[in-house]
Each structure stands twice: as structure tokens, then as C-alpha cells.
Design a protein around this ligand. Structure first.
Ligand code: GN1
Ligand code: MG
Length: 334
């Protein structure tokens, strides 16, 4: 059935194996006579403009090929007709060159935190002269905390009433931390907070490793202009604890301070000279901002009957929200 797609890329003797990663897009590894590729279809409920993603990845790819040829990059693979985005049965597909490496689900040690943070830092640093106005927002206001809070408030009005009463404590908690929204507004309004090429999904599985070396960042769909606190924040959210957002046993959520130091060191090695002192003062806030936002987003989705995040059991988004709330509490003890 995927033969139609394989033919467009000219892949012979191809087979596609689904990867179970990510809550949004569906990804396959394709083995073909021509080599190994990553094939992915874009969830257009989430990414309403797949051409914006295509444009951004192509522009960045071309810039890096010209200016930083040593950087490993997931270049798009063109079809035989020279297109990098194809539509089939209402879905948009694209393919990438497969880079040899391993994507981790959780970290085992602080070195990995340092290495991954350094890769994301290098990614933004290597694009510091890239004309950022050329990038399109692939999800408008993606990390706009004020908007996320507004969406949460809307879900409290229009969401499922049973779920609202079931989630009472989490709702109360998130309301009590509303001042993060004001801090976020102050940060973004400051003249020393700069828009840069920001990845916006810096979880550990979005860096490829070879042994303990981080070699390449992947999943560039949300790469667009943004603030560095988005990238640091998602690293805090996913690197510092030994369990991930799916863990339901809240006692297992512990922050490992050594990883927090490693994360900052790794990022600053790449970005230390580019960040302003004002920005550097917001490392801790980065974690608070993103962990809080993720709790808001999971809870909002729960109240709206799980329309956004993929779930495989009832209550999963509420559990994820509780997990993020506990993570935020633990992070604040650092
Ligand atoms: C989504 O699909 P995935 O795992 O790459 C989400 C991120 C969240 C993450 C939580 C476009 O990313 O913002 O942090 O789930 N991406 C989008 O697991 O909403
Ligand atoms: Mg992603």
C-alpha cells in the first residue's frame, strides 16, 4: 500500500517499519535497495501548514550546507520529480536521509545531558547569522504561555464537566502558579531577550547518539523563531529526572542535580558568548516555564477529551499532568 510512495522516491524492494516515537507524527524506517531512509507523515491537525515546515527545513539545510558543511543535518530526500513533500490519501509525507545513531528514551548519566544540551546549543549557535525572518512559524504561538493559559481557562469553561471535577486538585495547583505567565510576559518583552533559531522540542529522543557522543539533532518540525528558554526548558523537563512524563508513580520523580549542572555547562559551551546576561539569568525560569506549560497542555487536553495528544488509555493525560506538576515541584527544590 505504501508502494505508491516508494515509487515516487524511486525506492526499490522497499519495506517500511513503523517507529513508535512521538505523540504527534507517525514515523517509519524504510529499508530499500537505495539505502535506509526515515519516512514520516505529518499530523495536519497539529501542523496545519506542512509547507511551512518544508520551507524551514529546506532553508536551514541549504544554509548549513553552504556555511557549516561539517554539521550533520537531516536533509530532506527529494522524490524523482524533485519534490520534498508529497500528498497521498490526504496525508503529507516527507523523507529524510537516515543518520546512523541511537535515539534515547531516558538518560542514564549526566554526560548525556551535557552532550545533548551542547548539540542543541550548537544548532542555534551555528544559525546565529541565519536570516531568521525567513523562517515561518510552523505552529503559531506554539510556546506562548499566555495563550496556553488562556486555552486552559477556556477548557475550564467549555471542557468536560466530569473531568473538570476529577482534575480539581491539578486545576487548583496550576491556577495557583499563574504568576509564571507574568514572568514569561516580562521576559519576552525585555529588549535583551532575543529571538533565535529555536528547536522547540529538545527532548532527549530528538538527539542522536553514537556511544556517549551526541551527534545530531532531529525532528525539526517546530524549529522556528523563539527564545532560548524554550529549548533549555524542555531539556529540564526531560533530562533531569530518571523517569519520563509517562511515569505514574510520582515517588520515582527525582531531580538529579548533577544533570542540571551538566545541562547548563553543555549549552553554555556552545551559546555562552551569544546569550545576553539578562538571558543567562533565566536558566532556572526556563525549566519552570516549560514544565508548567506542559502540565497546562496535558491538563487542557484531558479536559477537552484528549483531542491533541495521542493516548492509549483513559486518564493518561491527567496522569501526565500530575507527573509534570510533581516534576515542577521537585525542580523548584533545586
Ligand atoms: C509533542 O510528538 P512529540 O513527542 O515530538 C509536542 C511537544 C510536547 C511533547 C510532549 C508539536 O511532541 O510540544 O512537549 O509532545 N509537540 C507538539 O511529549 O505539540
Ligand atoms: Mg516533536
Amino acid at each position: 500500500m505504501m508502494q505508491v510512495i516508494f515509487d515516487q522516491f524511486g525506492w526499490e524492494e522497499a519495506n517500511a517499519i513503523p517507529l513508535s516515537q512521538g505523540l504527534i507524527n507517525q514515523t517509519f524506517v524504510v529499508h530499500a535497495k537505495q539505502g535506509d531512509f526515515i519516512l514520516q507523515y505529518i499530523n495536519t491537525q497539529v501542523f496545519k501548514d506542512p509547507f511551512a515546515i518544508d520551507h524551514n527545513i529546506k532553508s536551514i539545510g541549504q544554509y548549513l550546507s553552504r556555511n557549516k558543511p561539517d554539521i550533520l543535518f537531516t536533509h530532506l530526500v527529494p522524490t524523482l520529480m524533485g519534490e520534498s513533500l508529497i500528498e497521498w490519501e490526504g496525508k503529507f509525507y516527507r523523507a529524510f536521509n537516515k543518520i546512523e545513531g541511537v535515539a534515547l528514551d531516558v538518560l542514564d548519566n549526566a554526560n548525556q545531558a551535557e552532550a545533548a544540551a551542547n548539540q542543541f546549543g550548537q544548532f542555534t549557535a551555528s544559525l546565529s547569522d541565519f536570516p531568521i525572518e525567513q523562517l515561518k512559524p510552523t505552529i503559531p504561538q506554539f510556546h506562548d504561555l499566555a495563550l496556553r493559559y488562556f486555552q486552559f481557562e477556556q477548557a475550564l469553561i467549555k471542557g468536560n464537566t466530569n473531568r473538570i471535577s476529577e482534575a480539581k486538585e491539578a486545576i487548583q495547583y496550576l491556577k495557583s502558579k499563574r504568576s509564571y505567565v507574568d514572568q514569561w510576559l516580562k521576559f519576552t518583552a525585555h529588549e535583551d531577550a532575543h529571538l533565535r533559531v529555536t528547536h522547540h522540542d529538545t527532548k532527549i529522543s530528538n538527539v542522536l547518539f553514537k556511544e556517549d557522543q551526541a551527534i545530531c539533532v532531529i525532528d525539526l518540525d517546530t524549529t522556528m523563531p523563539g527564545y532560548y528558554i524554550s529549548d533549555i526548558g524542555d531539556m529540564c523537563r526531560t533530562y533531569l529526572s530518571s523517569v519520563n512524563e509517562e511515569c505514574q508513580d510520582l515517588n520515582q520523580i527525582k531531580i538529579i542535580p548533577e544533570r542540571w549542572t551538566a545541562l547548563q555547562n553543555g549549552y553554555l559551551k556552545a551559546m555562552g558568548e551569544l546569550l545576553t546576561p539578562f538571558e543567562k539569568d533565566h536558566f532556572k525560569f526556563s525549566g519552570q516555564f516549560i514544565i508548567y506549560m506542559q502540565a497546562l497542555r496535558f491538563l487542557t487536553d484531558y479536559l477537552q477529551l484528549d483531542q491533541y495528544y495521542h493516548t492509549s488509555r483513559p486518564g493518561q493525560n491527567l496522569d501526565r499532568a500530575h507527573n509534570q506538576i510533581e516534576l515542577l515541584n521537585q525542580f523548584n527544590l533545586l
